[in-house]
Design a protein around this ligand. Structure first.
Ligand SMILES: *Cc1c(COP(=O)(O)O)cnc(C)c1O
Length: 412
């Protein structure tokens, strides 16, 4: 037999993905991806791109004209935002409260930015007062933070942060990858300049497209950077004007032109991902943002109640926990990886491990997008209970599912 015969067609197992992402995509999104290709400048393609922009303005709750997709996973959106806002030597203040805050500083370091950090212990969030004090101390050009950091399961409150940045004349960036479509991500109400997301978490799509929204203020700053000659003649580059953006693919000045009415050629749009992003947004908006957020809250509350009923300790404080992913301590004497293996092999359910200081300490259990559903929460809790018992951990039989059901009744 030839290699291609031996390998066979792709036929993935029927896993229920209850980790911190990726999660199972909505079937409508998968079907949309099977649609045929269109030419890059076909009027139908332009229409589809414009429709996608209109849909994502509603998802991001913004009037920003420049709201579109970066082709690539979430970090493509992050990198596009940072490389377009920052140049070597530009000062950036980054809130680091988990692994993804560290990713922001890693990307900013490659740009050669002057990095200042507001470091928060994992499991906590920064207060508005801490953010203001750091803005006053460091006087950055750009402020960057994570909305929901899946590594710690905490969501950073953002009300008032944009106004603070305006007061100190700072451009702001927020990574809302883990929260977009699952809890309120409101670019305009936050008054944040650039917000990016992804499909594979609460949007219920596959990884590979990063929705982004850009304020007029940020767009002006980025567009001004392309006037390299003019900037160099003017002599100064302290505000970034006249410094070339250090990436072609992620140069937002070119990507903005590409998605504008000018439709200036840049990359070839990832057509199947465009269809996926468009359909994911249609699914989200036809459910209704508020209803969708409520569904995530109900799933998170039921998951938390179920885990506690098993006698387990949930990670972090209730006030700032994301509804879409819950951290729970691996009980003393239990091998966390063996429990995950049992869940996968016996129940076809995947839950997440953890990173950095939390590695081996907690599991991260998600209920995101298409998976933030009652039966999937109940199946996960039932499976986890059985897997823990198989590993010799004693716990009250049936209590987790009962507590989750009671939580659902209470939130109905
Ligand atoms: C999951 C996640 C990402 C993932 O980035 P990818 O490039 O899609 O792997 C980025 N940021 C946050 C906050 C996340 O939770």
């Amino acid at each position: 037999m030839t290699t291609e015969d031996v390998f066979g067609q792709i036929d993935p197992p029927q896993r229920l993905l209850m980790g911190p992402g990726p999660v199972n995509a909505h079937p409508r999104v998968l079907r949309a991806m099977a649609a045929d290709m269109m030419g890059q400048f076909d009027p139908e393609m332009t229409t589809t791109m414009n429709q996608t922009m209109a849909l994502y303005r509603r998802v991001f709750m913004t009037e920003n004209r420049r709201t579109f997709l970066i082709d690539g996973t979430a970090r493509a959106g992050i990198e596009a935002a940072l490389v377009s806002l920052l140049e070597p030597g530009a000062r950036v203040l980054i809130v680091r409260a988990g692994r993804f805050g560290l990713l922001l500083s890693e990307i900013a370091a490659r740009i050669g930015a002057d990095i200042r950090t507001l470091d928060v212990p994992w499991g906590q969030v920064a207060t508005l007062a801490q953010i203001e004090a750091a803005l006053v101390e460091h006087r950055p050009r750009v402020f960057a933070c994570i909305h929901g950091d899946t590594s710690t399961t905490m969501a950073q409150p953002l009300a008032g942060v944009g106004a603070l940045c305006r007061r100190y004349d700072v451009l702001s960036y927020v990574d809302a990858t883990a929260t977009l479509g699952g809890m309120a991500v409101c670019a305009d109400a936050w008054d944040v300049d650039i917000v990016t997301g992804a499909l594979q978490k609460c949007m219920g799509g596959p990884p590979g497209s990063a929705p982004i929204t850009i304020s007029d203020r940020a767009a002006e700053h980025i567009m001004a950077r392309r006037h390299v000659e003019a900037g160099l003649r003017a002599g100064g580059t302290t505000d970034g004007v006249g410094t070339r953006i250090g990436s072609n693919y992620f140069d937002l000045s070119m990507v903005m032109d590409y998605w504008s009415d000018k439709r200036l050629n840049h990359h070839t749009e990832a057509t199947s991902m465009l269809y996926a992003a468009r359909e994911a947004a249609r699914v989200v908006l036809s459910e209704g943002l508020e209803a969708r957020f409520a569904r995530h809250r109900a799933a998170g509350a039921a998951m938390t109640a179920g885990l506690r009923a098993m006698g387990l300790t949930v990670y972090g404080d209730d006030a700032h926990r994301m509804p879409s992913v819950t951290g729970v301590y691996i009980p003393e004497g239990v091998d966390g990886e063996r429990v995950r293996d049992r869940l996968r092999m016996d129940f076809e359910i995947e839950i997440g491990t953890a990173f950095g200081p939390l590695a081996g300490q907690i599991w991260r259990i998600g209920a995101m997008g298409y998976n933030a559903m009652k039966h999937k929460v109940l199946l996960t809790l039932g499976g986890l209970e059985a897997a823990l018992r198989q590993e010799g951990f004693t716990l009250p039989s049936g209590a987790a599912v009962d507590a989750a059901l009671a939580s659902y009744t209470a939130s109905d």
